[in-house]
Design a protein around this ligand. Structure first.
Ligand SMILES: [Zn+2]
Length: 239
């Protein structure tokens, strides 16, 4: 029987926008270890305890088969047909979480690979993977179609930028009848984020206006940065 944790391939993905470390190092690529191929998707595992037993308990083969199929179907439904899809699954740890709860979906510079990073969190147990996959796939779609740059997955542009991007993403998913977060949830997120930025006057009203303006509209990073400038905020890093 094949050992599921064996490294069958090592890949390097390069990005247009690098990650800058605290020490000022520029990191413009990530190394990804592929452990398995399932349903035409490369699977990579990041476990706290890298044993076959732990893997089978956390990510049983049949579950990963259906997750891989779901990922391919969602990307196809969204008009993406990348030569390579990688699903990277992280075991949840409250202390060593590298990525945000919702995951990440970087696309490489050459636009031939979509990497979907998911953490198996209590959130996932509650809501299942489908909603999270649709959401991440939309972030990937905007990058795939060059409305947003190919960005190293550790780059944090700022919560305000994500909150505005989410108006666009969830509104489009709603228009297409796909799983999405509600307008009320996204408005709440944006209001909270804008309230935390001291330079923004009347954050509640601004959040409502921006929700109205962006809900379901295709946007580019340049447009969101422009809106941010109008609010007096800049992206946290060079995006
Ligand atoms: Zn998001």
């Amino acid at each position: 029987m094949a050992r599921r944790l064996e490294i069958i391939q090592e890949l390097k993905l390069s990005y247009e926008i690098p990650y800058l470390t605290d020490r000022g190092e520029i990191i413009d690529s990530t190394a990804v270890h592929i452990n398995e191929q399932r349903q035409g998707v490369d699977i990579s595992y990041a476990l706290l305890e890298p044993t076959e037993q732990n893997l089978d308990e956390l990510f049983p083969s049949s579950g990963i088969d259906s997750l891989a199929q779901m990922t391919r179907r969602i990307l196809r439904d969204l008009g993406m047909d990348p030569p390579r899809i990688i699903l990277q699954l992280w075991q949840y740890s409250p202390t060593t979480g590298l990525y945000s709860v919702e995951g990440r979906a970087p696309v490489n510079k050459q636009r031939d690979t979509v990497l979907i990073i998911l953490t198996k969190t209590p959130f996932i147990y509650k809501f299942g993977y489908e909603l999270v996959l649709w959401h991440q796939a939309m972030h990937a779609k905007d990058r795939w179609e060059h409305r947003f740059p190919s960005t190293h997955p550790l780059v944090e542009a700022g919560e305000w930028l994500d909150a505005l991007w989410h108006f666009s993403i969830d509104g489009r998913l709603q228009n297409w009848g796909k799983p999405h977060y509600s307008r009320a949830e996204r408005l709440e997120e944006a209001t909270r984020v804008l309230e935390e930025l001291s330079q923004i006057k009347e954050p509640q009203a601004r959040a409502r206006e921006l929700c109205h303006e962006l809900w379901g509209k295709e946007v580019t990073l340049a447009q969101l940065v422009e809106i941010g400038r109008g609010l007096g905020v800049e992206p946290a890093s060079e995006v």
